[in-house]
Design a protein around this ligand. Structure first.
Ligand code: ZN
Length: 309
């Protein structure tokens, strides 16, 4: 009986819907007056970490075809496809996110990395409620172009009032390289830059940690405020599946592939054991998550509401 009634009402509804445009004399356009806007997201996401405001900003995002050109260089196409299918992501296309982080300690506004170019980063920073001249410190985690590309704009510093901080080992590695982006973006600021090593503090509650391998002097930063911690991981792991579930898979952009894999395992071990949140520069937007062990590797758990309670 119940079934019969619901069949009848469903049929009646469908008939009604089909009849409507004719009966009312409306064109189909009347029901879709709003323009199609396409996929879109806000370009900032802010959490509170103790007394710090921690804001990830989406400086850029791009589709990248054939991701096995980058991840899993040392595994077969079949293994790459199986790992991808098992995580519900395609094996022939990926999306890269470029996510600087800005931390307001209450005393200073500190920007970590500057994006591929200044434009996207400044636009996202502005959307997040800050202006470039409010940035007190710019920290560079490492000197790949997608991290230093926004330091300068039209030959002038993008963040005119900032002091600059970066790893001594990293600067020295690029200093004599002749790299074009380094010369254009980092060199002009060298005299305003403080060079630090493992364990040094950028500001109270922000500590540099060696994470060498991706580049010779790549560094991560531990944030700590009121007993709460979060790791700014930069590029120690660059994909939430291909780098976390398979830390030993080789990555094209890791300059020392063996050292990068060891560093990856060491940091993932720490994050999972201590249940610490991380921000990854290339993790899926908005770039914040947790790490669990799974099998011989790790599993990425995107942040939900743990840091906005
Ligand atoms: Zn990067």
């Amino acid at each position: 009986m119940t079934r019969k009634i619901s069949n009848i009402s469903r049929r009646a509804m469908l008939a009604g819907a089909a009849a409507m445009p004719l009966a009312g004399g409306f064109s189909a356009g009347a029901f879709a007056g709003a323009p199609m806007l396409g996929a879109k997201t806000a370009r900032f996401n802010r959490i509170a970490l103790g007394g710090f405001d921690v804001t990830t900003i989406l400086a850029a995002s791009r589709r990248i075809p054939d991701p096995q050109n980058i991840f899993g260089l040392n595994v077969t196409a079949q293994d790459f496809a199986a790992a991808s299918a098992g995580a519900h992501i395609p094996a022939d296309m990926t999306r890269f996110f470029f996510t600087p982080t800005v931390v307001n300690t209450g005393a200073e506004l500190i920007l970590f990395d500057t994006g591929v170019s200044a434009g996207g980063t400044v636009a996202a920073l502005t959307e997040a409620g800050y202006t470039p001249d409010q940035v007190d410190v710019v920290v560079i985690t490492h000197m790949h172009p997608d991290h230093i590309g926004g330091l300068m704009i039209d030959g002038a510093p993008t963040y005119p009032n900032a002091r600059y901080v970066t790893g001594a080992v990293e600067f020295d590695a690029w200093d004599m390289s002749g790299n074009e982006t380094f010369e254009a973006q980092m060199r002009p600021l060298a005299e305003r830059t403080e060079f630090i090593t493992d364990g040094d503090a950028v500001a109270s509650g922000i500590t540099a940690m060696d994470a060498f391998g991706h580049t010779p002097g790549h560094m991560t930063y531990m944030l700590e405020s009121d007993g709460k911690q979060l790791l700014l991981g930069a590029d120690f792991a660059n994909h939430y599946v291909w780098s976390l579930a398979y830390p030993d898979w080789q990555v094209r952009f890791d300059q020392d592939k063996d050292m990068a894999a060891l560093t990856r395992r060491r940091i993932l071990d720490m994050l999972s054991a201590d249940k610490l949140p991380m921000v990854g520069y290339h993790m899926p937007w908005p770039g914040i998550g947790f790490v669990q062990t799974r099998g011989d590797g790790f599993h990425y758990v995107p942040h939900s509401y743990q840091l906005i309670l």
